[in-house]
Design a protein around this ligand. Structure first.
Ligand code: EPZ
Length: 421
């Protein structure tokens, strides 16, 4: 197993360019199954989740080429298989988007239950609720979900989500695209990657309105044609680098971002004492001296993202004074990294949904393990800020979602390298 060796203490200085959004790419690529034509998708991050998805799509019969870095051309015209390879599907979470896209295009699907980061119980009952509302018969076992048309056939409908769910919102949008009639999703999630998926599908001829609000309307169309689309920058990758500069100190220009998407993150780091300068498609962060403690509550977008919980916790662990971090999306997410940070000298007390963090001037190096994608990213930040050497093990999680992380941090002056065991 590979690990990172990090020699901490260097301030981060220079420029980093953010890649395409992971959580948009892992929805847009399965959505290409809806299109009987060639889609050219640009700004696709080269991460393991994307590589696995492309293998699943090839296995289904999609024609895929990658003519240049960050570009995927995918033609699903000849796809007929509606039962993606379970061994590949189980390697990641977002493979469940194939349920919606295969159901809409072919009227049926048999998809193994997803894998992915297991920092919490991650049910898919809201996805199933949507498919049933659209007229599907659902057979759900411990291994797979099988969808087929119910007695009244597949059709548009109103779906009111019981929980604000990114995945269910995306899956139902895909499932509704090619069905007769109109679908309205109420209590929909509003993340930037949902808007990105809707924009991709509309570029291919879909008729989706309201994405980014809590009510999304999808008017079914006969078919989708090919076209070109560029994925938005990754809000969480950008937030991770901004938090890293806040934790280590330094002065970095973060390029290829949408500042509006970053407000929920940068406003918190400004509260902690970092200086933030917004430009059209970049943000400069300057962090000098010690951060101040603050209070954060994670919320669905436009609130502070749960996927930034671990990263901001590292900043809190180094800040002067106390901080409170309350999780509202996944209650058990703290357990993916807090004990590891404690072994580096952090002072964190978890009490249900809230972690109380007493800041210390320094963390010290240790050998720690990544237990999920964002926990792993937080441990990298902690290692960069700590005194001494940190080894982060189990880095497969990190490389699922962060393109060229070693290269990007090294270019900012970090001492980090990848070691194969
Ligand atoms: C997406 O996961 C992201 N993953 C997660 O990012 C992110 O943490 C999460 O959204 C919240 O923003 C991808 O986009 C691939 P949800 P998802 O459905 O769709 C409950 C990362 O680090 N729920 O919005 O699975 C659920 O338990 C990953 O990039 C149900 O109860 O999240 C949770 O409490 C980690 N029933 C809440 O809703 C359902 O059917 C939000 O989950 C679905 C969800």
């Amino acid at each position: 197993m590979a690990k990172y060796e990090i020699i901490g203490g260097n301030p981060l200085v220079g420029t980093v360019t953010i890649s395409g959004a992971k959580n948009a790419a892992v929805a847009i690529l399965p959505a290409a199954v809806l299109v009987a034509g060639r889609c050219r998708v640009e700004n696709v991050p080269d991460i393991s989740d994307v590589r696995i998805l492309l293998n699943i799509l090839r296995d289904l019969g999609a024609e895929i080429s990658q003519p240049e870095e960050g570009v995927v051309e995918i033609d699903c015209t000849e796809v007929t298989c509606t039962n993606p390879n379970p061994e590949l599907v189980k390697k990641m979470r977002a493979s469940y988007y194939l349920m919606g896209s295969l159901l809409s295009r072919f009227g049926k699907a048999k998809v193994a239950l997803p894998g992915g980061c297991n920092f919490a119980s991650r049910p898919i009952d809201q996805h199933i609720k949507g498919f049933v509302a659209l007229g599907a018969d659902v057979e759900e076992t411990e291994e797979y979900v099988k969808l087929s048309p119910g007695p009244d056939g597949l059709h548009g409908n109103r779906v009111s989500l019981d929980v604000v769910s990114v995945g269910a919102t995306m899956n139902i949008i895909m499932a509704a695209c090619l069905l007769p009639g109109t679908t309205v999703i109420e209590n929909a999630a509003k993340e930037p990657h949902i808007v990105d998926l809707a924009n991709f599908l509309n570029t291919m001829g879909a008729n989706i309105s309201g994405a980014g609000t809590d009510t999304v309307k999808i008017r079914g169309v006969e078919k989708l044609r090919g076209g070109s689309y560029t994925i938005i920058p990754d809000q969480i990758e950008a937030g991770t680098y901004i938090a890293a500069v806040a934790a280590t100190g330094g002065n970095v220009l973060v390029q290829n971002v949408i500042p509006k998407h970053m407000e929920c993150i940068t406003s918190k780091l400004q509260e902690m004492g970092a200086k933030i300068y917004n430009y059209d498609d970049s943000i400069r962060i300057i962090s000098e001296g010690r951060l101040r403690g603050t209070t954060v509550k994670t919320r669905p977008y436009p609130g502070f993202p749960t996927d930034m919980q671990a990263q901001i916790c590292v900043c809190m662990a180094l800040a002067s004074g106390g901080s409170r971090l309350t999780e509202s999306v996944y209650e058990t997410r703290f357990f993916g990294y807090c004990s590891e940070l404690t072994s580096m000298g952090a002072d964190i007390m978890i009490n249900g949904k809230t972690a109380v963090v007493n800041g210390h001037p320094k963390l010290h190096g240790a050998t720690v393990r990544a237990r999920d994608l964002r926990a792993g990213a937080a441990l990298v930040i902690a290692g960069l800020a700590a005194e001494g050497t940190t080894f982060v093990e189990n880095i497969g999680y990190v490389e699922r979602g962060y393109e060229r992380i070693i290269e990007k941090f090294t270019a900012l002056g970090a001492q980090i390298k990848r070691i194969e065991d």
